[in-house]
Design a protein around this ligand. Structure first.
Ligand code: CA
Length: 224
């Protein structure tokens, strides 16, 4: 799950990133509205946390542009306390929810989980994602079947999560690279191949019937 934090208060942005990373989300930060919009339009995010008062372009304008481009990514607005008119404007402009600063960590995580669920990306409130005979625990990174269990590394987890969430379509290698390593990374197709081979070994280790099928020249798809 990849989250974009658009927030100009550097300490707050870092704190948000720290909390989210600890909870196994991949996080990118933008410190102004313009770069935030640029990043958002790459369409690789599952949730966007958006501050309203931002340099270069305010949050409401960022949000309107995101929606004008037809992106339906859930957006959680971060509002300063008591800015009721901002909340109303934000929701009118296509925000899914808002959180007043200062907020507590548990509330933030609950809102983010709720947004993921609403979008159908997390299977249930126990943070379990299921496919075929496997269960993937998104908080402990544990992969299990009735016959065994094993812990995944963060990248293995991110890859398997991505494949489960795109279970009915072929996941393209380029999309996997953008999603897991970011659109400006140096990661190459062989990074994906390496992690696919690790994951195949772990699926075998837990005696799963699920396999990762290669679609030549395109990418991968999960098969039961
Ligand atoms: Ca701000």
């Amino acid at each position: 799950m990849r989250i974009l934090v658009i927030e100009d208060e550097v300490h707050l942005a870092e704190a948000l990133s720290h909390i989210l990373k600890k909870n196994n989300y991949i996080v990118d930060i933008s410190n102004d509205g313009e770069s935030g919009l640029d990043n958002a339009l790459s369409d690789i995010y599952d949730v966007i946390l958006l501050d309203i008062m931002l340099p270069k372009m305010d949050g409401i304008t960022v949000l309107k542009n995101i929606r004008a481009e037809g992106l339906d990514v859930p957006v959680l607005l971060l509002t300063a306390k008591g800015e009721i008119s901002d909340k109303v404007r934000g929701l009118d402009s296509g925000a899914d929810d808002y959180l007043a600063k200062p907020f507590n960590t548990e509330e933030l995580l609950a809102r983010v989980r709720a947004m993921c669920r609403r979008r159908g990306v997390i299977a249930n409130s126990n943070n379990l994602l299921c496919f075929g005979d496997i269960t993937l625990n998104t908080s402990t990174l544990n992969l299990s079947t009735e016959k065994g269990e094993i812990n995944l590394t963060l990248k293995e987890f991110e890859l398997l999560e991505y494949l489960i969430l795109h279970k009915n379509i072929v996941a393209q290698k380029e999309q996997i690279i953008e999603k897991l390593w970011g659109f400006d990374s140096e990661a190459k197709a062989n990074h994906v191949e390496v992690y696919v081979s690790f994951l195949r070994k772990k699926l075998k280790f837990v005696h799963s019937d699920v396999s990762i099928s290669t679609v030549r020249g395109v990418g991968y798809i999960l098969k039961e």
